[in-house]
Design a protein around this ligand. Structure first.
Ligand code: GYE
Length: 325
């Protein structure tokens, strides 16, 4: 979305909001539904598009008015959106922070205005826990550990070194940090595992392509045993490059990917990738439940993790439900 389109969508959201709700803060009721301001970090991946769809449709089903803003991968846009939600006195603010740091000031403003904040998907790094009411996230460190455990099991009887290339997510984002650290915390138990290359591909297919091209300029394919990619879109880009170079993905290079979109599950069934760590984007219904409880003054847990699975080449493929995205 370009700037004009973005401005337009924000203005539309504000118009819908002001027409339906009025600008004075009132207690939500059957005639005055809850108003939720949601700042999405962008639309960089298949996962993210599904996450936005889940949140928008769950709001509609729950009868919650949503002011939805797409920050196009810029934390400054998220801060602006949160400030506009405060100015319009929404009942609750939710946002998926692009990176972990830099939120204290704007969240302090929301707190001063008495507006509760729910953090969704990624976490923030703050010393002041009172700046948000609760966080609904994935356990990214666990996802990284699952990836590491797959390698430990797969190469249990191998003695030679296992050389790993890593496509990492956005720097300073919770999923990139957790997937990086969790993975290393497991593979470090066996010195035959070595990450020979790691670079940030921002969770984007185009950057997955670019980085894989660089990797193949630096290394012979025989020198790479494993590709560990922090999300499916980067994996798709890397697979394209491997195929163009005559490398058979999943055979010549073992691939681990995170997210579990339908296309990657199809690749798993076909033997093109070897392990898929699920990251669940369908948090919309749970978010709406939380918003309702918080507005009603009910207590909620501070940190809620979304339940996630692991699928690998040894899984019973018949039991993997259609992903729907
Ligand atoms: O894995 C990736 C997306 O924050 C969990 O962000 C999310 C990650 C997801 O771009 O595809």
């Amino acid at each position: 979305m370009n700037k004009r389109k973005r401005l337009f969508s924000l203005i539309c959201a504000i118009c819908i909001f002001s027409c339906s709700c009025g600008l004075g803060k009132t207690t939500p009721s059957a005639d005055k539904p809850i108003v939720l301001g949601f700042s999405q970090l962008g639309d960089e991946s298949t996962w993210r598009s599904q996450n936005s769809r889940s949140i928008i449709s769950a709001a509609e089903e729950a009868g919650i008015k949503i002011m939805f803003d797409d920050a196009m991968q810029d934390p400054e846009n998220q801060i602006k959106a949160i400030r506009s939600f405060i100015a319009y006195k929404v009942d609750v603010i939710a946002f998926s922070p692009l990176v972990e740091t830099g939120w204290d000031t704007v969240l302090g403003e929301a707190k001063a205005a008495g507006i509760p904040v729910i953090i969704v998907d990624r976490m923030i790094d703050t010393e002041d826990d009172s700046l948000y009411t609760c966080a609904l996230c994935s356990d990214f460190d666990l996802e990284g550990r699952h990836a590491g455990q797959f390698l430990l099991d797969k190469y249990r009887y191998t003695e030679q070194p296992i050389k790993i290339v890593e496509l990492a997510g956005t720097i300073d984002s919770t999923p990139a940090i957790g997937r990086y650290e969790g993975f290393r915390s497991v593979i470090s138990s066996d010195s035959k595992f070595e990450v020979i290359f790691s670079a940030c591909g921002d969770f984007m297919l185009s950057k997955g392509r670019e980085i894989m091209q660089q990797v193949l300029e630096l290394y012979d394919p025989e020198e790479i045993d494993v590709l560990y990619s922090h999300n499916d879109d980067m994996t798709f880009g890397a697979i394209e490059v491997m195929r163009e170079a005559g490398i058979e993905p999943g055979k010549d290079i073992v691939i681990i990917s995170v997210d579990a979109t339908q296309r990657i599950i199809d690749y798993l069934r076909a033997g093109t990738v070897n392990c898929v760590i699920e990251c669940n984007p369908n948090s919309g219904p749970q978010l709406m439940e939380l918003a309702k409880k918080i507005v009603a003054g009910e207590e909620v847990e501070k940190q809620i993790y979304i339940k996630e699975l692991v699928f690998d080449e040894n899984s019973n493929f018949n039991k993997i439900a259609d992903r729907g995205y």
